[in-house]
Structure formats: structure tokens, C-alpha cells
Write a new protein. Structure first.
Length: 265
């Protein structure tokens, strides 16, 4: 059950409205990493969640995100308001000024309509929690950029609150994931193929004009890692693709009868 209390979660003061900044704020209203996306993602994950403890957390945070949506919407509206009357202000975003009457709509800062395609809901709790940790990191960095582009102290203050809460959520989702006690690379039930799982394909070789290098690091060296040099070249894929036109290209592995399959991106 939702209950609306007629006050904001955080008080919003705007000194001087800036319609162009109001437009930027819409990224956190109807954008891919915005508050509506967060609210819907966590709340719907919560509806699907069969773990009562983590369901409670998902519903709590999903509901808080709706309160954030209200704060961002209020802030954006205050900044966009001059568009109602001023032609100069209206030029900051004709979509808002002409179609939306100077109010907020579910669009991002580029005028793209909000879409449920933004949501990551897999029905697998640990996988969803990983998506949520990443979503909070994205929300945090977008708030930071907004703060950096903002001159108004009152607006900055509200954005600092919202940015901080995203780190709080990131901490909660991380703790919830860790408390499941699953191995970091254990996803689902089917085990990955031994051997293959530890092979790092060195698929970019040669020296680049910009000083690009063939690097080594913990992502391909040490522990169980085994570097496999240019598997596609080994299999003669370069020669094969020269003979094949783009339209009827077949994966190299199939042509050479080997089992390794590489995505033909
Ligand atoms: Mn939020
Ligand atoms: Mn959040």
C-alpha cells in the first residue's frame, strides 16, 4: 500500500531558476538511471522476491526512490518554470515548453520517453542485487555531474542529499548480496566448463598508433588464468572472413570444425 504524505523527504530551495539546468535534471527524473527507473526496478524485484528479509529491503528502497522522484521532480519543475512565460527560457527545451507547458514529463534530458526497457529484473535475487549495485553507482555519478554543473546552493544541497542516499543504497545492496553467502562467481546452478572458464583470449594484438599495448594484469595473469593467444587467428578466421561476404558469414569455429565459438559481434 502506498500512502502519500504531503511533504518532501528533503526540503528543496531554488535561488535562481535555470531552465537549462532543469532540463539536465530530467535525466534523474525520466532517464535510464533516474529515480523512476530505480523505484520501479526495486519495487518489482521486491514483488517477485521470495526471500522475506531481502524483499523487505527491496520494497523499502524502492519506496524511498519514489520519494527521490518527488524531490527531483520538484527541483526540475522549479528550474523549468520560467519556460511557461519566457520565450528565451522556452528555447532551453521546446518539448517541455510547448508540449509540456513548462512542467516535468517522463523524459530524459534529451527528450527520450521513459521506458520499462531501462529496468533490469531477472527473477534471480543475487543477479538482481548486482544490477542494483551497478544502478546505484550510475545514479551516484550522474548526481555528481549535476552538482558540478550547478551554481545554485539550494539545488546543490538537495542533490548532495540524493547523491548520498544512492551510496547508502549501494551499501545496503552490497551487504544483502554478501549475506547470501554465495561464491562471487557462482551464478545459477549449472557450473561453467572447467578449463575454458579460466582461459583469457588475447583477441587484440599488435602495436597501435596511439601507443596501445598488449597488457597483462590480474584480469588475465596469475592464479588459474591461462592466456590463449588470438584464438581466431590460430583458427585461420582472418583468411576465412576474407573469402566470405558479410551476408553469409559463418562462425570460424564451425568452418574449422573446432569447438571454440566466438561471438560474431
Ligand atoms: Mn534515488
Ligand atoms: Mn538509490
Amino acid at each position: 500500500m502506498y500512502h502519500h504524505i504531503k511533504k518532501l523527504m528533503y526540503t528543496v530551495n531554488v535561488g535562481s531558476p535555470d531552465p537549462r539546468f532543469g532540463n539536465m535534471l530530467l535525466e534523474q527524473f525520466g532517464g535510464a538511471n533516474g529515480e523512476l527507473a530505480a523505484a520501479m526496478q526495486y519495487s518489482i524485484q521486491g514483488l517477485n522476491c521470495e526471500d522475506p528479509d531481502r524483499k523487505d529491503m527491496l520494497m523499502d528502497i524502492g519506496t524511498e526512490e519514489l520519494s527521490h522522484l518527488e524531490i527531483v521532480g520538484t527541483l526540475a519543475r522549479m528550474h523549468l518554470k520560467p519556460m511557461k512565460k519566457s520565450r528565451d527560457a522556452a528555447e532551453a527545451d521546446p518539448l517541455i515548453a510547448i508540449a509540456g507547458g513548462g512542467g516535468v514529463g517522463l523524459f530524459n534530458s534529451m527528450g527520450d520517453a521513459w521506458t520499462a526497457d531501462y529496468l533490469k529484473i531477472t527473477g534471480e535475487l543475487d543477479v538482481d542485487l548486482r544490477s542494483n549495485i551497478a544502478a546505484e553507482a550510475r545514479a551516484k555519478i550522474v548526481y555528481e555531474r549535476l552538482i558540478n554543473f550547478c551554481d545554485d546552493p539550494g539545488t546543490k544541497d538537495a542533490l548532495q542529499f540524493l547523491m548520498t542516499r544512492e551510496i547508502t543504497h549501494m551499501k545496503a545492496f552490497t551487504a544483502a548480496l554478501e549475506s547470501l553467502g554465495k561464491d562471487q562467481f557462482s551464478i545459477g546452478k549449472i557450473r561453467p566448463t572447467p578449463g575454458l572458464v579460466d582461459e583469457y583470449f588475447n583477441d587484440s594484438t599488435g602495436a597501435g598508433d596511439q601507443g596501445e599495448i598488449d597488457s597483462r594484469g590480474p584480469w588475465n595473469t596469475g592464479g588459474k588464468w591461462k592466456i590463449v593467444e588470438s584464438p581466431e587467428l590460430e583458427q585461420g578466421a582472418e583468411r576465412q572472413s576474407e573469402k566470405t561476404t558479410a551476408g553469409n558469414h559463418k562462425p570460424a569455429a564451425e568452418e574449422t570444425g573446432k569447438t571454440r565459438v566466438k561471438k560474431s559481434a
